[in-house]
Design a protein around this ligand. Structure first.
Ligand code: NAP
Length: 286
C-alpha cells in the first residue's frame, strides 16, 4: 500500500516578551481549523537579546508562514527585515512578518484592525478631539487612524520624548501634538475619544488605570487597546460614568484577520475567530 506523505504543518508564531498573556494562539488556531489549513500558531517568549536569533529561525524555516510581533519588539524588528509594506514604513512599526522563501517582509495590520474596530462604535471617530495615551507601536497605529478620520490628536506618554518623536513623525497626516502631565486632565475632560495604547491595566502588566485618578472625558468615548482583564480598570470607570466604551478584542480580531490573510492568501474566518476568543475570555480562569 502506498502511503501518501502528509504535508508538514504550517506554523505562525508570536514574537513577544512576555508572551503568556496572548490570545492570538486561540484565535489563529481557530482560523486554521475553520479554513481547513493544517496549521498551528505558537507564542514564542523572545527576550530582546534573543530577537535576532528568533528572526534567523523564522528566515531559515521552511514551515513557518510568518509571525506576529508585539510588546516590546514592534519597532526593534524593523532594521532586521528585508522590506516593509508602505503602511509599516509610514508607521515605523511592524506587527506582522510574512516569510517569502528566505526573505522577511514587515507588515502593519494594527491600523487597519483598529479602524475596523472603531467603525463599530456608536460614535466612530471623525472631526473632533482625541487623546492617545502611550507612544509605542500601537500608539502609532492609533494616531494614524484618528488623524485619517479627521480628529485632532494629543498624545501623552510616560516618556515625554517618545510622544514628541511620535507627534513629529505623524504631523504630515494631520494635527497632532505631544502634551505633558499638567495639560492631560483638561485634554481628557474635553476629549471626544480617549484611546489607551499603553500596557497599563493589562493582566500581567503594570497595574491600575493609565489616566490620572478620577479623570475621564465629560461625554466622549473611551477605547482601551488592552483586552484582558475585561473590563480594564479604565473601561470599568468609564462605563460607571455612563460613557461608551470599547476594549481591545475587536481590534485584536481585525488585526489578526489581516495577518491571517497576509500569511495564507485566504479570507479570515471572522466568526470562528471571534467565537474562540469569546469562549476563552469567558472562561473564569482566562
Ligand atoms: P510598546 O511599543 O512596548 O509601548 C508600550 C507603551 O506603554 C509605551 O507608551 C510605554 O511608555 C507605556 N507604558 C508601559 N509601562 C508603563 C507604565 N508603568 N506607566 C505608564 N506607561 C507605561 O507596546 P505596544 O505594542 O504599543 O502595545 C501597547 C499595548 O497595546 C499592550 O497592552 C498591547 O497588548 C496592546 N495592543 C493591543 C492590540 C489589540 O489588537 N487589541 C494591538 C496592539 C497592542 P514608555 O514609552 O514610557 O515606556
Amino acid at each position: 500500500m502506498t502511503r501518501v506523505a502528509e504535508p508538514p504543518p504550517t506554523l505562525a508564531v508570536l514574537l513577544a516578551h512576555p508572551a503568556g498573556h496572548s490570545l492570538s494562539p486561540v484565535m489563529h488556531d481557530a482560523a486554521f481549523a475553520a479554513t481547513g489549513i493544517a496549521g498551528r500558531y505558537e507564542a514564542w517568549d523572545v527576550a530582546p537579546a534573543a530577537l535576532v536569533a528568533a528572526l534567523r529561525r523564522l528566515r531559515d524555516s521552511r514551515t513557518l508562514l510568518g509571525a506576529n510581533v508585539t510588546v516590546p519588539h514592534k519597532e526593534a524588528v524593523v532594521p532586521h527585515l528585508d522590506a516593509l509594506t508602505p503602511e509599516a514604513e509610514r508607521l515605523g512599526a511592524v506587527n506582522t512578518i510574512v516569510r517569502h522563501d528566505d526573505r522577511l517582509l514587515g507588515h502593519n495590520t494594527d491600523a487597519i484592525g483598529l479602524a475596523a474596530a472603531l467603525a463599530g462604535l456608536a460614535r466612530p471617530p471623525g472631526p473632533g478631539r482625541a487623546v492617545v495615551l502611550g507612544a509605542g507601536g500601537a500608539a502609532r497605529a492609533a494616531v494614524a487612524v484618528l488623524l485619517r478620520a479627521g480628529c485632532s490628536v494629543r498624545v501623552h506618554n510616560r516618556t515625554h520624548a517618545r510622544a514628541e518623536a511620535l507627534a513629529t513623525d505623524m504631523r504630515r497626516l494631520g494635527a497632532v501634538a505631544a502634551i505633558g502631565s499638567e495639560a492631560l486632565p483638561a485634554a481628557i475632560a474635553e476629549a471626544d475619544w480617549l484611546v489607551n495604547t499603553t500596557s497599563v491595566g493589562m493582566r500581567g502588566g503594570p497595574a491600575g488605570s493609565p489616566a490620572p485618578d478620577g479623570v475621564l472625558p465629560t461625554s466622549g468615548t473611551v477605547v482601551d487597546l488592552v483586552y484582558r482583564p475585561r473590563p480594564t480598570p479604565l473601561l470599568a470607570a468609564a462605563a460607571a460614568a455612563g460613557l461608551e466604551t470599547q476594549d481591545g478584542v475587536a481590534m485584536l480580531v481585525h488585526q489578526g484577520a489581516a495577518s491571517f490573510t497576509a500569511w495564507t492568501g485566504r479570507q479570515a474566518p471572522l466568526a470562528a475567530m471571534i467565537g474562540a476568543l469569546e469562549r476563552s475570555l469567558s472562561d473564569a480562569t482566562a
